[in-house]
Design a protein around this ligand. Structure first.
Ligand SMILES: Nc1ncnc2c1ncn2[C@@H]1O[C@H](COP(=O)(O)OP(=O)(O)OP(=O)(O)O)[C@@H](O)[C@H]1O
Ligand SMILES: O=P(O)(O)OC[C@@]1(O)O[C@H](CO)[C@@H](O)[C@@H]1O
Length: 306
């Protein structure tokens, strides 16, 4: 059983503009809305690959529950009184760039986290993979993931963390089993550039020495990197026509979770993660790519042992 946890869900509003003018009038060419927040996107990707997950977290709006019902994703959120944030993604058709404007999220408390912990425990079965992904509303302490990880590990659950900044730094003390930082998150953590394969390998080893089992580093259009205690691999990106890279990291995490759940071998898992995330950058907003495309294209991913 895979459980995705989103502490700070979002209604993602993606608008497209023909040349963004700062400080001027911008006309929207088209717009669309997706249920979002990193864990929820992971659940969407698992579903598109043919898998099942349970989405939970802290939720203020029924929009997201309705949207998940429509695509058949199981969910059980802790309902909070504050409103779910709306995150604006502005895609500039001329430059191909996306500008993101994210709200910080509603007021929540550690009591909400206690309720969330109970929900996770209710749904988890032995060895369930719990995915903790994305930011936490400002009102929560920055060690919220660390606290959750420590408690969940006492129940022998597997933890996959995708977070940044102080949340990430403190969560590491709880020793999640798997992490997927992107290059920017890692550079923030180490306070230095990580622009060579050697530096990525050293960074991964730093985590592995501290008890983390699997380190995936996503490198945007430059592909990805993987390390565990025995091996390291560089993964070439697929050459695709990029539309919106928002949610590419979530697609990567979703594919890894799906592959682990289905006990894929490492090479197949890595290929699926790269293909699923490449597919995600071709779609509008945070819509996942369909599994037929993923299965067809994963064979083109080159996995290089280092
Ligand atoms: N332009 C691109 N072309 C091909 N593949 C891409 C491109 N951008 C991203 N990817 C794929 O998506 C994966 C994740 O991308 P990225 O490193 O940008 O994640 P992220 O920063 O965590 O994303 P987000 O936070 O928006 O979900 C990469 O490892 C790569 O496989
Ligand atoms: O503020 P966070 O939680 O870090 O990021 C939130 C977010 O930008 O991430 C997803 C894409 O990865 C979007 O669905 C969502 O709007």
């Amino acid at each position: 059983m895979i459980i995705t946890v989103t502490l700070n869900p979002a209604i993602d509003k993606t608008i497209e503009i023909d040349g963004l003018t700062q400080g001027g009038l911008n006309k929207v060419v088209c717009s669309n809305t997706d249920p979002g927040g990193k864990g929820i996107n992971v659940s969407k990707v698992i579903k598109s690959l043919g898998g099942e997950s349970m989405a939970t977290g802290l939720l203020g709006s029924s929009y997201i529950e309705n949207a998940l019902n429509k695509v058949g994703i199981s969910h059980d959120f802790v309902r909070i009184s504050g409103e779910t944030r709306t995150n604006l993604k502005v895609f500039d058709r001329r430059t191909g760039e996306t500008t993101e404007i994210n709200e910080s999220g509603p007021e929540v408390s550690m009591q909400d986290i206690d309720c969330l912990y109970e929900k996770i425990i209710t749904h988890a079965t032995a060895g369930s993979l719990i995915i903790l992904s994305g930011s936490a509303p400002k009102s929560l302490p920055r060690d919220v993931y660390k606290t959750l990880i420590q408690k969940l590990k006492e129940k022998a659950l597997k933890i996959f963390l995708d977070a940044e900044g102080d949340l990430f730094r403190q969560a590491l003390e709880g020793k999640p089993h798997i992490i997927k930082p992107n290059r920017h998150e890692l550079e923030l953590y180490f306070e230095r550039k990580l622009d060579t394969r050697t530096s990525l390998r050293e960074a991964s080893q730093h985590f592995i020495e501290r008890g983390i089992e699997k380190v995936f580093i996503s490198l945007g259009a430059e592909g990805a990197f993987y390390s565990d205690s025995k091996r390291s691999y560089y993964l070439n990106p697929l050459q695709v026509k990029a539309h919106s890279s928002v949610g590419a990291g979530d697609a990567f995490v979703g594919a890894v979770a799906y592959a682990l759940e289905n006990q894929y071998g490492l090479e197949k898992l890595l290929k699926m993660a790269v293909a699923t995330s490449a597919g995600a950058v071709m779609t509008v907003g945070t819509k996942p790519m369909d599994s037929i495309w993923v299965l067809k294209n994963m064979e083109h991913v080159v996995v290089t042992a280092l």
